[in-house]
Structures are given as structure tokens and as C-alpha cells.
Design a protein around this ligand. Sequence first.
Ligand code: ADP
Ligand code: ADP
Length: 233
Amino acid sequence: NIILRTMDVFKTYGRGDAATMALRGITLDIPRGSFTCVVGPSGHGKSTLLHLLGGLDRPSSGRILLDGVDIGALSSSELARLRGRKIGFVFQFFNLLQGLTAIENVETAMMLAGTPERDQTERAMHLLQSLGLGDKTDSRPSDLSGGQQQRVAIARALANDPDILMMDEPTGNLDSSAEAEVMSILHSLHDQGKTIVIVSHNNEIAMASERIIRVKDGMIDSSVQRETLRTAQ
Ligand code: ADP
Ligand code: ADP
């Protein structure tokens, strides 16, 4: 049961002499309900791959199928709608709206998806509480720690109950206790059935995930690709 499939995906930024070929022929499957970590050296295409998998950008060539739908064939508004329902994305620097409170940041995502207003506040409150931010709902991002801001970004990503949660460098900007917290949140979401795809430089985090995809020079380094089943405990 494959939720995301890429077929010979290439991505080039810019053109002519200034062109950078960030991805060169990526073919992979992400099984529904799996926990995948994309690893590899800096500048080798990890973020680009995550952005494409998340429908934030389109491949230059090749195909990306989300639940069997070729996202390259959708109009921008169709893609935005599909993305809004199926994918929650947490950016490396969180990208919260600074002028809004924590709960407003989460509500905004639901508003864009057309959730009735009366349901927005209740669900946003519930999400923030479940992430340990029940007493921070009215705080603005600038009054929150990095780990708290990231949890707001996770709550926002979960606002529309997506099938897939994607996260770029989940622990890149956090101290080690916040890091442990966010990883435990990700693993419990995985246990609840969400498909998780993250990019990480952190070896421990990669080893704790079910599947590792190593990207090197814009390609999959299959010698390091790993697929193990997490042993039940
Ligand atoms: P990683 O996440 O592994 O650090 P990236 O996917 O961010 O790698 O970048 C891969 C390559 O594509 C790099 O050479 C980077 O400079 C380039 N790149 C990434 N995003 C853009 C962009 N928006 N415009 C131009 N070049 C980009
Ligand atoms: P990461 O640290 O995860 O590799 P980057 O710093 O490469 O992320 O990218 C951060 C943002 O900057 C992304 O949106 C990416 O597309 C963009 N970006 C990366 N490299 C370039 C570049 N050479 N030119 C323009 N934009 C870039």
C-alpha cells in the first residue's frame, strides 16, 4: 500500500549556465503508515526532495503520485487543495505567522481548508493541548521557545488531519530535551497511523526510523538505503 511514489524525478533550479540540477532521477515508494528519514550531505537535494514529495514544488521531469494521483498534472489550485487535505508540512524554521497567536496560527490552516469556524477553535485548542501547549494558546511566536514554536508548527500541520506529516530537520534548531520531545511526538503520531517523512542530519534519529533513504548528488544512494521493521516492544 503505497501512499507516495516518485518515478524518475528530476529537478533543476534556474536555467542556462546558472542551472543547478538538484535531483537527478529519483524513484522511490513511501508505504502508507511508514516512518521514513531522508539523510545525506548538505546541498545534495534532501530539502528539494521533501518539498516535491509534499507538493510544495513540481518536478522538472518525472512523476510524483500521491495516493495514485499524478500531482504534476494538477493545476496550482487543485494541488493546493490536495496538499491541504493530505499533507502537513513543518518547515525547518517553522514559518509561523508572527503577528498571530499560537491558536490563530493553527486556526488559519483550518480556515484555508474551509473548516467551519465553530469547529476551528475547538480543534486548534485540542491539538495545542495534546502537544503540551494548553497554556500557550494566546502567546505569539516571539514569546515561545524554539521547541514550543515547533510544536505550534506541528499543531498547524496536523490541523486538517493529514495522512502524511513531513518535517525538514525536526531537531535542527532545538536543544536536546526539546529534541527528545519532538521525536516522541513524531513516533506517537506514527503509532496512530500517520505516514511520517522527515529530513535529518542526526544519525540517532535516522537509526530510530523505519526506513532510511540516503540522497547523494541528487540521486538515491542505494548502498545505504535501509528498510527494517521496527521491532515491537
Ligand atoms: P539539502 O537539503 O540536501 O541541503 P537542497 O535540496 O536544499 O539540499 O539543495 C540542493 C541543491 O539545489 C543545492 O545546490 C542548492 O543550492 C540548490 N537549491 C535548492 N533550492 C534552490 C532554489 N530555490 N533555487 C536555486 N537553487 C536551489
Ligand atoms: P536545508 O538547510 O534544509 O538544506 P536550505 O538552506 O538548503 O535548506 O534551503 C532553505 C530554503 O532556501 C529552501 O526553500 C530552498 O529552496 C532555498 N534555497 C536553497 N538553496 C538555494 C539557492 N542556491 N538559491 C536559492 N534558494 C535556495
